[in-house]
Design a protein around this ligand. Structure first.
Ligand code: ATP
Ligand code: MG
Ligand code: FE
Length: 341
């Protein structure tokens, strides 16, 4: 089954084709992402109305481009998957409207995908993918969650952030130190030239049992350190390194605990912060030390993309799940409500 996937929940337009007959990483016939970063940069954050309008502009050309790259015509598509939520309602409606109309015109089934299930399943697109049970760490711009995955579609929340998401903490911290929007990846880049241990920040909530996170206090610690420093280029890099190490250590400590709690050896990691090199190295080492393994998508499939939506939708469509002609946009949606695949 060749499934067209459409992602438009926030500020990235993503389109992909996943072919379940081929399967594995080769099943991803083509994927393309158009990022609206430049559009929102001058506002320092995503402007919802501008985001919706830009999805309108970019979606159809991106679908044509992706199909051409896959060497397919519109008539070759057997199903359409789109992000139904959670996300910005206007942005979601653009993807849902186009996807649903296309499915109707082609007379193929359509399915609305949960954006976080898309992220969660992205590591499984790669070759040599693990099978459940495993623990998933979802670390993105809006979420930081530990999820026990007993089966595809059966998600048990083990812990989550009580305030900022890890990606949000990266972005806000970067902004405080004068890095341009969106600062997360730039802060990580800067940290590479920083010296570890010069600035030592706390590992929030690791001194007590539990699997929840809190990252908003770290911001304040960084702000105080930055304000009281000489604000030189090297100091900025040293602070960036101290911040990154604090986030990475905290995530690793809680992931190890979650694996213990779930009685499980395999960790899968997804979401934008999953592209962070130091996090990947640390979690890989932690899991190997325990005799298990950590699995990640390639960095381009960590941040928002159409491939994860095509893949997650394809699993459900192949299982016979699909929807009526409703154009579905669900801004808030609990992943625990999803049906089993
Ligand atoms: P959600 O999926 O929760 O709705 P989102 O879709 O905005 O949120 P993603 O696209 O998955 O989030 O990820 C974007 C986030 O990942 C941003 O906060 C960004 O700063 C962060 N990020 C991306 N690359 C890196 C990196 N190398 N190191 C740290 N953070 C990163
Ligand atoms: Mg984004
Ligand atoms: Fe996302």
């Amino acid at each position: 089954m060749k499934v067209l996937g459409i992602e438009s929940s926030c500020d990235e337009t993503g389109v992909a084709v996943y072919d379940t007959h081929i399967g594995g990483a080769a099943g991803l016939r083509a994927h393309a992402v158009y990022s609206q970063i430049a559009l929102h940069a001058e506002y320092g954050g995503v402007v919802p109305e501008l985001a919706s309008r830009d999805h309108v502009r970019k979606l159809l050309p991106l679908i044509r481009q992706t199909l051409a790259e896959a060497g397919l015509g519109m008539g070759d598509i057997d199903g359409v998957a789109y992000t139904a939520g959670p996300g910005l309602v206007g942005a979601l409606l653009v993807g849902a409207g186009v996807a649903r109309s296309l499915a109707w015109a082609l007379d193929v089934p359509a399915i609305g995908v949960h954006h976080m299930e898309g992220h969660l399943l992205a590591p499984l697109i790669e070759d040599d993918a693990p099978q459940p049970p495993f623990v998933a760490l979802l670390v993105s711009g809006g979420h930081t969650q530990l999820v026990a995955v007993d089966a595809i579609g059966q998600y048990r929340l083990l812990g989550e952030t009580l305030d900022d998401a890890a990606g949000e903490a990266f972005d806000k911290t970067a902004k405080m130190m004068g890095l341009p929007y969106p600062g997360g990846p730039q802060l990580a880049k800067l940290a590479e030239s920083g010296t570890p241990g010069v600035f030592k920040f706390s590992r929030p909530m690791t001194d007590r049992p539990g699997l929840d996170f809190s990252f908003s206090g770290l911001k304040t610690q960084v702000l105080l350190a930055w304000k009281g420093s000489d604000q030189s280029a090297q100091t900025r890099a040293d602070i960036a390194r101290g911040f990154e190490d604090a986030v990475v250590d905290t995530l690793a400590i809680k992931c190890a605990r979650a694996l213990d709690a779930a009685g499980c050896g395999t960790l899968i990691v997804a979401g934008g912060v999953g592209a962070n090199k130091r996090l990947r190295a640390k979690l890989t080492e932690m899991c190997e030390r325990r005799g298990g393994r950590a699995c990640f998508p390639r960095p381009a499939l960590c941040t928002d993309n159409g491939a994860m939506i095509a893949y997650a939708g394809a699993l459900r469509l192949v299982a016979g799940q699909h929807e009526d002609a409703t154009i579905r946009a669900v801004p808030r949606w609990d992943m625990a409500e999803l049906p089993l695949v």
